[in-house]
Design a protein around this ligand. Structure first.
Ligand code: AMP
Length: 472
């Protein structure tokens, strides 16, 4: 199962009663992270005695009701939004995950994907641990409880991290202490900030902005941050952290107003557009985005190429989950429900259409068909990422290798399938330059087919294997 998620944690200092309770602040923060997961949401708050949780299937406003939230008393908590396209969409998999044991409780909110969760799970089951769900977060929770029976929290987490292979950005409550953990590669984002009389940890800085807080910094790869007695304690649990930040967060997944690992996503996407325009120039009447994910890059492309930016598609932002009956006519209605053409802008024009990525190719095909039907003369597709040639095992839900169009077709082949007059993908070098981080500090697995961690049946980047063994 592959998941895309958002995590948050809040702790308020002191004993005074706070104007905005921790639960309500997490609710607002989860709203800001809703784009990271729409399938389920949850909040756990610890009141000093025990953890109390509200979680369920659905969007943040569907799961939390005002009165229930006000009842969630306590100064500290963690929250989660989850999205999974695999079949396993059920209540038991909603997070935070809570395990009670003889000395207390742990609650975990996880963004990422473990590569070795089934082995770990089998081992834990053979030792008598009982699982209620199929998510890898439950595996982390059980491992942590097992180690907490032997070690103090820092050493327990150290021993858990030693066993995990994959991506994990975690907001954890061990009893009523909030902790943040980022895997030694820093695959998924995680940052910390200050808020009115407290601290916040979140997948993206937009959650901190929403709380009127201040971004302090990213959690470092391999770092454990403990929020205790109004102070931040940092424990670097790997000697030499070795970054492999996910490029897809910059390309598509994160909100453009977030700052991830020191880079404003908006600026990265603008730069993607500028570089794309230099790599694949073409004469046309206008540059148009596929909303919303292509907008920022289209602005960059238009500016660099000196071609007018004009919208040709409008997205319905209020669509949510829609009840669609099977059949071709209904499928077309579904597409129109999500996206409509602005025919007057399109008629007789040659259009440079900017999108962030092509995964299966079905969306591009449908959109280009719509634009042609609206009377476009030419449609030149320009894509703000290199061809996606391999699956992601580390937390982005993409598709299997069979479904990835660029894994099986040449660029000319993809161009034909999506029925574009021309097609240009950003180069890997162009993407790296847009992000502005060292190429060796990025995970390019989906673009190269070589991954920073050992994945059965896949190639590995050797350099990383050497460094990551140096566990403290
Ligand atoms: P398709 O090529 O039909 O699979 O759709 C690709 C489009 O879906 C891209 O233009 C993105 O805007 C969007 N997209 C890309 N990756 C994901 C993802 N992991 N989850 C949801 N949507 C995505």
């Amino acid at each position: 199962m592959r998941e895309e998620c958002g995590v948050v944690g809040v702790v308020k200092h002191g004993d005074e009663s706070h104007p905005v309770p921790a639960a309500l602040q997490m609710y607002y923060a989860l709203y800001a992270l809703q784009h990271r997961g729409q399938e389920s949401s949850g909040i756990t708050v610890h009141d000093g005695k025990e953890p109390n949780t509200i979680k369920g299937m659905g969007l943040v406003p569907e799961v939390f009701k005002k009165n229930d939230l006000i009842e969630l008393k306590g100064k500290v908590g963690v929250g989660h939004v989850r999205y999974s396209t695999s079949g396993d969409s059920r209540l038991e998999n909603c997070q935070p995950f809570i395990v009670r044991y003889k000395s207390g409780s742990v609650a975990i909110a996880h963004n990422g994907n473990l590569v070795n969760s089934s082995e770990l799970r089998k081992k834990l089951e053979s030792e008598g641990h009982l699982f209620v769900a199929s998510s890898d977060t439950e595996v982390i929770a059980h491992l942590l409880v097992k180690e907490l029976l032997k070690y103090d929290p820092v050493d327990a987490i150290r021993h858990v991290m030693k066993q995990l292979n994959g991506s994990y950005s975690l907001a954890i409550l061990i009893d009523d202490t909030l902790m943040a953990v980022r895997d030694p590669f820093g695959f998924k984002p995680l940052c910390i900030g200050t808020i009115d009389s407290g601290y916040v940890v979140a997948s993206e800085s937009v959650a901190i902005d929403t709380l009127n807080g201040e971004l302090l910094r990213d959690v470092k790869p391999g770092e454990l941050v403990i929020f205790r007695d109004g102070e931040i304690e940092s424990h670097q649990l790997f000697n030499e952290p070795c970054c492999a930040h996910c490029v897809f967060e910059y390309v598509y997944f994160a909100r453009p107003d977030s700052i991830i690992d020191g880079k404003l996503v908006y600026k990265v996407r603008e730069r993607i557009g500028e570089i794309l325009s230099k790599e694949y120039p073409v004469q046309a009447d206008m540059v148009s985005p596929v909303p919303d994910s292509g907008i920022t890059s289209a602005i960059g492309y238009a500016r660099e190429s000196d071609i007018d930016y004009e919208e040709s598609l409008m997205k319905n932002r209020y669509i949510g989950r829609t009840f669609i009956l099977p059949g071709q006519a209904m499928r077309e209605t579904a597409v129109r429900l999500k996206m409509n053409t602005i025919d007057e802008n399109i008629k007789g024009k040659s259009i440079i259409l900017i999108d962030d990525s092509v995964v299966r190719g079905t969306t591009s095909r449908r959109i280009i068909d719509m634009i042609r039907k609206a009377g476009a003369k030419e449609v030149h597709a320009r894509i703000g990422s290199p061809p996606i040639v391999a699956p992601c095992y580390l937390g982005i839900d993409m598709a299997s290798r069979d479904e990835l169009i660029a894994a099986h077709k040449t660029i000319k082949g993809v161009e034909a399938v999506i029925s574009a007059d021309s097609l240009g993908y950003l180069s890997i070098e162009g993407l790296v330059e847009s992000i502005g981080l060292d190429r060796d500090d990025l995970c390019l697995g989906c673009l190269t087919g070589a991954y920073p961690v050992d994945i059965p049946g896949e190639k590995m980047c050797n350099r990383r294997q050497l460094k990551i063994n140096e566990f403290q």
